[in-house]
Design a protein around this ligand. Sequence first.
Ligand code: N01
Length: 533
Amino acid sequence: MSLPVTDTFASDAKYVETLIIGSGFAGLGAAIRLAQKGKRDFLVLERGSDVGGTWRDNTYPGAACDVPSQLYSYSFALNPEWTRSFSTQPEIQQYIQSVSKKYNVLDKHIFDCAVHSAHWNGETSQWQVRTSKGDFLAKIVVTAVGALCEPSLPDIEGIDGFEGEIFHSAQWNHDAELTGKRVAVIGTGASAIQIIPAIGKKVEHLDVYQRTAPWILPRADREFTKAEHLAFKYLPGFQRLCRAGIYWMRETQVVGLAKAPIFMKPLQFAAERHMRRQIKDKDLRRKVTPNFQIGCKRMLISNNYYPTLARDNVDLVTDGIARVTANSVITKDGTEREVDAIVVATGFHVTDSPTYGTIFGKDGRSLAEVFDASGQQGYKGAAIANYPNMFFLVGPNTGLGHTSMVFMIESQINYLADALDTIERHDLGTVEVRKDAQDSYNKNLQEKLSHSVWNNGGCASWYLDKHGNNTTLWPGFTFDFRRQTRRFDLAAYDSVATKDLPEPAAAPAVALVTGERLDKDDNDNDNDKVSAQ
Ligand code: N01
């Protein structure tokens, strides 16, 4: 079944061969690879006004990466300038911006361009993409919107009527002054445990609302020395060696996380010792002791979270929130705590992202409907049956609990690049992953995950979807994923040669944007100039 195409859409849509949605690490990396391969006919649509994705958006105090800097960067753009072993958000954002300039891809971006919907048109074998900056037609769409882009707000009675400052961690209101104020933080996940120490000293009082205590390990964070900086810059191979060391050390965690959770014990001991050392008060220690096996939820790292909880002006509240009033939070035991501001650090819509409701495949169903019926399943995290000519970066089961997502993203970009080459080499009009290939891939994946700590560690987490399947994480070594995605495996796909595509009933009027405006910029190195259309 193909979808009806509105006249307006057909008449003023602009055609581009490859449309990338999102310009975080994934979308930007894909754009750079396409440019390096000499492809010119592509555009990146980005709803924000800059590159960076989650690193552009998460500007909360204390925001930093919990993967070492040397590994948290593109392999083709190592950064000898990292100032410390775990980079802060401003430094990472600056890195991403500098890479986008260095690799000359900003002229392929359309910023402040929110994608409203993408429909597959079976008649024209094209994607119809409706955006805040007009309509586009594309042969291929690459969605690189990321898993952590849609803030999840808690469904708490009365929260909409709160009259003080209230904002999500990913939408920090820098105009809201928290100094000397009574503040509540809801949540104790990766974002919250960075925010709490960053604001704990300056607020008058802080209530931390914890639903589930997380496991926290020490953070081996320090500034790099001058000698290290010189070595990163001038000693050939030194930075790569450091990166490789970090990579392999982190891969050892896969054994405990994905294969035999018993091997997580040493890490759990380390986390328990960290807790004992930093929290002397037995009652507080009892409250922060997790009731599940380490690794089941994301392992957090912090040296200043526990000491902040132990401060006199900070209370850890574990009674559960009953409701919020205009100026207070009331817990289930009836206690009312007045606050001036609430920071909502309750994570993101991962397995139920609203973006899924905007992508409509060959049978007219949205991704949300497909996922709702059968869970979030894909093939190598890169393709989904019923969605021809659509590739996903950071798609189903590509997340990690132990190392750098940038490594996975680069693996997916390898696969994408080879797919585009294959399509070009064989002059294919459409490629669509076969449902049977996808099903057997997922069967294998779920079998592997059934041994993991994520499935058996006794916790509820956003790694699992509503069907109880782990549809977010990769269940093995990341080098295995790299191997599996090295080449595009056309045999797993149904494909139709361009010459065999059905003739569209009425060819839509199409304006070729990339041929005109973007080629004009070919010799223009002023990358700060962002061409729109
Ligand atoms: O979100 P989360 P996050 N009432 O989902 C609680 C990445 N990240 O923004 O555990 C009360 O982890 C929820 O409680 P529970 C990283 O991948 C990376 O912190 O569900 N509480 C939990 O405590 C991470 O995994 C870095 O019981 C409610 C918290 O809110 C991902 O982002 C840094 C609630 C949500 O934790 C998300 O992290 C920061 C409710 N109704 C983040 N609903 C790096 O360093 C939820 N909670 C790379």
